[in-house]
Design a protein around this ligand. Sequence first.
Ligand code: ZN
Length: 412
Amino acid sequence: MRRTVSIFPELSGEEKASIIETRKQYARAFNMSVECLINNSSTSKRFLHKVQYERIKEECPSLPTGLIQCARDVAVEAVKTWNVKKTKLKQKKPKKAERMKRPSMKEKCTMRYDVRTVTLRGSQLTFSTCERRIKTIISIPEFFTERYPDSEGWKLKGANIGMDRKGRVFVNLIYECPDPVIEENKDGKIVGLDRGVYNIVTTSDGTHYGAKDVRRVKRKYNHVRSVLQEKGTRSAKRRLKSISGCEKRFVHDQNHCISKKLANTDEDVSIYVLEDLSSMNMKRLRGKSNKTMRKWLSNWSYSDLEEKLTYKCKRNGIRVEFVDARYTSQKCSVCKTIDKASRKGNRYTCRHCGSRMHADTNAAINIRDNYITRIQQSGQAAVNQPYGWGATGKPETEPVGKTLTSKPSGLS
Ligand SMILES: [Zn+2]
């Protein structure tokens, strides 16, 4: 587990200047390392050190060795992720992959420090720069030391040091602690979650999360954005940029609140089931929504919500699982008939058996039942007494004719 705390130390003008110079040289060291790694198609720290260390030392004469090593480690990581991305893109769009920008760092970068280059003794923080080690007294907020005490194994692992837009130096101290073993709750129930347009999340029990307030704020942002886009002046563009930041923070904050509520639920839950949006996202959007709905959905970061929910649930012994998202919004959760016409707006009225409910709740129940069907079919032990099998009392089967089970003759 990792936690970060931001601190703004008070520094003199001279100290700030030396941080600015250090940043410049740090970025240069990073960029040189990246060039070297990509040109030699390597991701080895040792190789990089052998080939490039002397040259970096020449180019960045006053950068301490410890920081060259930090820049090198960050470069190796950046090239590794870049390689993975490029290989993935190559399979789909080879031309685009060739044009992919190499990782680079600007002069106004944030530097990563490790335990050798930053130390904290009591309240005295010291860290290396081009000129000398800067010593400063800091105070870590009480809530942080209370929540993450040394006695529980929290240790300083490093820091990110940089400057914000106002020119203040910030130090993000990174603390780490070995993951505690949390026993999974095995006797709770399985709850399906549908992520939608009107409500950010709906559970299969029929509870909605993030509805009223979110809709109001999103509508406001959408309106302001469209007005500003029409104007198109320079100040309008500046304003657009700043509201995009506000909007992003709003979304992240809401995601935090919703995932926290779900993870700390009073009910006895052992598994949350979500639809796997990664592959189906655009297809599903195209199918079920008009332009305005797409706008709503694309403005919400569901992957961020997914990530937050997963780590918060893990802490509470709840597992998060993903299932195929096909037909979950069109299928009736009672009789399992798939009929597109049964859904009108946010109401689902089955044309086959006549059951009515909120469309998102209906989808959430389908998601839960899809998961239960999957574990039944794969022969895993069901976690709890499954319910909601539908009218037939048997696990439903996947719709026929949609998947290709064998190769058609004539193809090789
Ligand atoms: Zn029905």
